[in-house]
Ligand binder design. Structure first.
Ligand code: DGY
Length: 327
């Protein structure tokens, strides 16, 4: 009998994954786990492309063109996550490597966290908790730490895909907010799924119509620095900015400057340019709530993301259709 261990496809997971997914993958593949759970460098990933049949990266890996060697062994990149702007898709295509992602399963978790950030920012929750823990609270008083009420305010959604729509549904149904949106691809009435929402024809019109602007478009490409110094100036000191999508959609240096000068109302950020390095000027900025990229971080969602990658690998090595193929 042939030793089927020898013929099992070799799979590299670049970080630790939920245990149940690692167990499932190990039953079928020769899986190499990143026991230390530290980010791999691009040159380590380039070497891995020569050794493994499948490489499964995350948003913390940089797969630019230099990650793709000539004649790679890898035939598929099973990305653990929906956003793929950390992968040079053209380079993958040129190397004849399929790329898959994990859409849909993280919509609710990310939308919930977005609402959490909106509340943290507008009701000053992190600021209040810091005051209390640091022993600075002087007791209840009528003018203490007043925030902004959400009911009747307008939430502007930039990028009306699955997550944008899920945030809008929550804001309208649970908080009585009005919704405005800007989307490069116009939405059909049926896609609004009962939402009553004002369609804006430019980012500027969206900013003008909104009290809070929440970003839900992909990162990279034409969306890099979509929110630049000029658009931050347009927001002015009364508007809030929320980003649970990708850090590079905002010119982070311009945002930090605007926060330091209190030139915008505030920012709630779950994503950053150059994660996990956050400049001290942003760490110290007033009116900012900063979270460590927790959008999809529930046990249920992370397991579902991993299982979706496992389904993609199974489909690829079984030679059946790859449903979540992005390149
Ligand atoms: C996603 O799925 O894009 C999350 O941000 C993690 O990468």
């Amino acid at each position: 009998m042939r030793d089927n261990v020898v013929t099992r496809p070799r799979v590299l997971l670049t970080r630790r994954w939920p245990a149940e997914v690692e167990t499932r993958l190990s039953a079928r593949y020769q899986v190499t786990l990143n026991e230390a759970d530290v980010a791999m460098s691009t040159s380590e990933i380039r070497r891995a492309m020569l050794e493994y049949d499948a490489v499964c990266p995350t948003v913390s890996d940089r797969l630019d063109v230099s990650a793709f060697p000539d004649r790679p062994r890898a035939r598929i990149l099973g990305n653990f996550g929906v956003g793929v702007n950390h992968i040079d898709l053209a380079a993958a295509q040129a190397a004849d490597i399929a790329v898959t992602n994990t859409p849909g399963v993280l919509t609710d978790a990310t939308a919930d966290l977005t609402i959490g950030l909106i509340l943290m920012l507008t009701r000053r929750l992190a600021e209040g908790e810091r005051e209390l823990r640091q022993g600075r609270w002087q007791g209840w008083r009528p003018t203490h730490m007043m925030g902004m009420a959400l009911s009747g305010r307008t939430l502007g959604i930039l990028g009306m895909g699955r997550i944008g729509r899920a945030v809008a549904q929550r804001a309208q149904a649970a908080f009585g907010m009005k919704i405005a949106y800007f989307s490069r691809t116009p939405l059909r009435e049926t896609e609004l799924e009962g939402l009553s929402a004002l369609a804006c024809d430019s980012v500027e019109a969206l900013i003008d119509a909104s009290d809070i602007i929440s970003l839900h478009c992909p990162g990279g490409g034409a969306n890099r620095h979509l929110i630049d110094a000029g658009r931050l100036r347009r927001m002015g000191p009364s508007r809030y900015l929320i980003n649970t999508a990708r850090g590079d959609i905002i010119d982070q240096a311009a945002l930090t400057d605007a926060l330091q000068r209190r030139a915008i109302g505030g920012a709630g950020l779950d994503v950053f340019e150059n994660e996990p390095d956050i400049p001290a000027t942003l760490l110290n900025a007033p009116n900012a709530v900063l979270l460590p990229h927790l959008g999809s971080a529930t046990r249920e969602t992370r397991a579902a993301m991993g299982m979706m990658v496992a389904d993609s690998l199974d489909a690829f090595f079984d030679g059946t259709e790859l449903v979540n193929r992005v390149a």
